[in-house]
Design a binder for this molecule. Structure first.
Ligand code: ZN
Length: 137
């Protein structure tokens, strides 16, 4: 199955990379940005926020979702995740995202590539098959 990029993927990539620059990652030095696209076109960003008590660290993707939900936004169509290396969301974030849309389009942006380089695109249900759910989507 071919998955197409959202038409505004460049806006998502830009927002995700801009958010990445704000990451608080003094321990790992591993900066991550995320830009969540709502079904009504809003772009909500997040960055990872580390803590001296390592277990309290939160990923960029979950920051973006929490910000959106706090703003009353719950319907998401895509997320762009920007980081260096292998740009995939961790397992916790996959589960966190599937709560809102198992068919979420996930843009995997390797921030080592120049801006404007097309990110890899996947569907969340391919990244987290048979996800744990208590509610129907
Ligand atoms: Zn994560």
């Amino acid at each position: 199955m071919t998955i197409t990029l959202p038409t505004n993927w460049r806006d998502l990539q830009r927002a995700s990379r801009d958010a990445r620059a704000n990451a608080w990652a003094p321990y790992s030095k591993f900066q991550v940005g995320a830009a969540l696209l709502t079904t009504t076109g809003e772009i909500i960003t997040g960055c990872n926020v580390e803590n001296a008590s390592y277990g309290l660290t939160i990923c960029a993707e979950r920051v973006a979702v929490c910000r959106a939900v706090a703003m009353g936004l719950r319907k998401f169509s895509a997320i762009c995740i920007s980081l260096t290396g292998v740009p995939v969301p961790c397992g916790a974030c996959r589960q966190f995202l599937v709560e809102f849309n198992p068919d979420l389009i996930v843009l995997l942006d390797n921030a080592d590539n120049p801006a404007g380089t097309e990110p890899e695109v996947m569907v969340l249900s391919d990244l987290l098959p048979r996800a744990f759910r208590l509610l129907e989507p």
